[in-house]
Design a protein around this ligand. Sequence first.
Ligand code: SF4
Length: 315
Amino acid sequence: MTARYLEAKQSGLLAKRWEESNQFLSSCSLCPRQCGVNRLSGERGYCRAGHLAEVASYGPHFGEESVLVGCGGSGTIFFCGCNLLCSFCQNYAISHSEDQDCRIVSSPDLAAIMMELQEMGCHNINLVTPSHVVPQILAALPFAVDAGLFVPLVYNCGGYERIETLRLLDGIIDIYMPDAKFWAPESGLRYAAAVDYPERMREGVVEMQRQVGDLHIGQDGLADHGLLVRHLLMPDGLFEAQAIFQFLAEEISPNCYVNIMDQYRPCGELAGGGDTHAAISPAMHAAALQAAKKVGLSRLDRRDTAALIRRLLSL
Ligand code: SF4
């Protein structure tokens, strides 16, 4: 399947959406925080992003879902800053720190990174934490298309999105990969200072499904378009996980592809103590998988490390 942004470039949609998105930056309202800062003049809001995108690192990633990794890896671009800033973030140094090692990138620079990843053999461009840099991504894409980019574009976000911003990406993003982190407003408040997280997450996932539908996996075993939802199990979060699975099965699709992740570790501000200190037990992960199946979700991601090693060794 042809990447959507190629047609969008051809039709002029990409240029139109970039112009629209850029208007969000003068009084920033790209995400639900709606800080109102003028990022065009260098002001920074909650996410700490300025006018241009900043990249912490990029490269082929083999730890993502197997439908993104194949044998060439998923081409991850880790953007600095984040509009959610979870207290337990596993990428705390990238997302939270103000004195991190970030490279400011122009549109041609960002396009060149995308091309480098494609030329390295990555099967997709995986935009990690992209919500606060949507205009910058839209600005880079025409340069990348002109240089020959063709692999699917993955929008790998925390699930705290504004519908108005997501609509700018309609017809451009191939694969949406949002987190569905919390069901209870109290959890959104406690972990991310976002009491409206559950509401924004639900309406965002509905919009993403409307745009791209169920995840489609080609004969090569790789996803080329659609929705892939991640849920990171929290130590005290089985009840919330069940509610999220029910929402996905009933209001998104019983064919929704879901990755139930058990790798929670208390990082960031929560490293070193508190009631969220525990890791996820195998029993809890098994109970969550069971709960997802019980509500009718059958496309649950299984990380097959042995198959990945076999694929890499056969290259
Ligand atoms: S993208 Fe950043 S500056 Fe803009 S509204 Fe969200 S948190 Fe605030």
